[in-house]
Design a protein around this ligand. Structure first.
Ligand SMILES: [Zn+2]
Length: 60
């Protein structure tokens, strides 16, 4: 499972947890999200703007 971060507000979409508020079941892969997916936090950034987070970068 990977995580993707919004470059604008820092929201992180975690494939392992999904986003139930937006209707994405836990385990939903980012690439399987609809193409019109927009950041659920700021609604500014689109799917293509999200940056893949390396797992190692999360351990600080
Ligand atoms: Zn955002």
């Amino acid at each position: 499972m990977a995580k993707y971060q919004c470059p604008d507000c820092g929201y992180i979409y975690d494939e392992a947890t999904g986003n139930e508020h937006e209707g994405y079941e836990p385990g939903t892969r980012f690439e399987d999200l609809s193409d019109d997916f927009a950041c659920p936090a700021c609604f500014v950034r689109d799917k293509e703007d999200f940056a893949l987070l390396e797992k190692s970068s999360l351990k600080k």
